[in-house]
Design a protein around this ligand. Structure first.
Ligand code: KG4
Ligand code: ZN
Length: 352
């Protein structure tokens, strides 16, 4: 089976062709970074308009790269939520149009399920597995029992981890998206120079909170600026040290929360042997390494998708669509777009 997939839930316009025997024939991703950089973050209205501008050419390019015509496609998968609703609607309408015109089945996919199942495309990881899902909009730990079958062990009470990276970068004037910039600067920084709080780490659960950490970063920046005899501007070394301290703190928080999650996972899903990291923040090599060490200590294999499949892309939507199509699911052509759609509510989207 060959599936054309479309992803437009945030600031990447993407289309991919993936086969049910795990070949990614194409995965075209057009980033809107240039459009959003002047504003220091994603502007939903600008994102929707950019998706409209790019969508046709991105779909055409995905077909060309895969050397396919639309007739060679067996189904159309599309992100129908959660995400910025204007963008989701652009992708969903394009997918519905193609499905209606070609009489191919449509499959509406939850964006988070796309991230969650990507390792089954790249590494054929069996169910059940423990999942750390860390992106710009989400920070959750789940047990993945099967397609559409998730138990959430913990979530963030405020900001997502990617958001905390983005806000830290913004406060330091590092540009958008912040995660990769913070990781780069942290490489030349002293992670122990600035002690930062470890939110919720005294609680025996798997929840997260990053807003206090963000405020602590702000206070740290201000303390550097007002140090006696120091230029009011941060030095490059100050920036590196703040990034390294922040990133190390995030690693400690993740490891603390995951330690609790691993015990629950071993109790609730004793046959599972894999800890999967997914979502844009999973592209961070430092965090991947620290989680890898934690997994080893607890006898779990830690698996993360290749870097280009961690951040938003349509290949992951194609794969989640394939898993659902194989299970016999097809979506109605009047299915709705959803701004919010938790993984723990995996009923298919309602008809319009
Ligand atoms: O999954 P994703 O592409 O989009 C959402 O669904 O949110 O994740 C984007 C997030 C952004 O917050 C970005 O700063 C973060 O992932 N990110 C990183 C890295 N690369 C992307 N965070 C930390 N380190 C990275 N290397
Ligand atoms: Zn995402």
């Amino acid at each position: 089976m060959r599936v054309l997939a479309i992803e437009t839930s945030c600031d990447e316009t993407s289309a991919a062709i993936v086969t049910s025997d795990r070949q990614i024939l194409s995965n075209v991703v057009v980033s809107q970074i240039d459009e959003h950089t002047p504003f220091g973050g994603v502007v939903p209205e600008i994102a929707s308009r950019a998706h409209i501008r790019y969508i046709d050419s991105v779909i055409k390019e995905s077909l060309n790269k895969a050397k396919c015509s639309i007739q060679d496609i067996d189904a159309v998968a599309v992100t129908s939520g959660p995400g910025l609703i204007g963008g989701v609607i652009v992708g969903l309408m394009a997918a519905k149009g193609i499905a209606a015109a070609t009489n191919k089945p449509l499959i509406a996919v939850n964006h988070l399920e796309g991230h969650a199942l990507t390792v089954r495309l790249t590494d054929d990881v069996p169910f059940p597995f423990l999942l750390l899902l860390v992106s710009g909009g989400h920070c959750q730990i789940l047990i993945v029992h099967g397609v559409g079958n998730y138990t959430r062990l913990g979530t963030t009470l405020d900001d997502a981890l990617g958001e905390a990276f983005d806000k830290t970068a913004k406060m330091l004037g590092l540009g958008y998206p912040g995660g990769p910039q913070v990781e780069k600067r942290a490489k030349n920084g002293d992670p122990n120079r600035f002690p930062l709080p470890l939110p919720l780490c005294n609680k025996v659960n798997c929840d997260f909170s990053f807003s206090g950490l963000k405020t602590a970063v702000l206070h740290t920046i201000e303390s550097c600026r007002t140090a006696p005899g120091v230029d009011p501007k941060l030095t490059s070394q100050d920036i590196n040290d703040i990034c390294a301290s922040f990133q190390q703190t995030c690693a400690k928080v993740l490891n603390n929360r995951l330690t609790h999650a691993i015990s629950s996972f071993k109790e609730q899903a004793p046959t599972g042997t894999n800890l999967v990291i997914a979502g844009g923040v999973a592209a961070n090599k430092y965090l991947r390494k620290t989680i890898d060490e934690l997994g080893k200590e607890h006898g779990l294999d830690v698996i993360a998708p290749p870097l280009n499949l961690c951040t938003d892309n349509a290949a992951m939507i194609a794969w989640a669509g394939i898993e659902r199509l194989i299970a016999g699911e097809v979506s109605p052509l009047d299915c709705t777009a959803r701004a919010r759609w938790p993984l723990t509510d995996m009923t298919p989207p309602d008809s319009g």
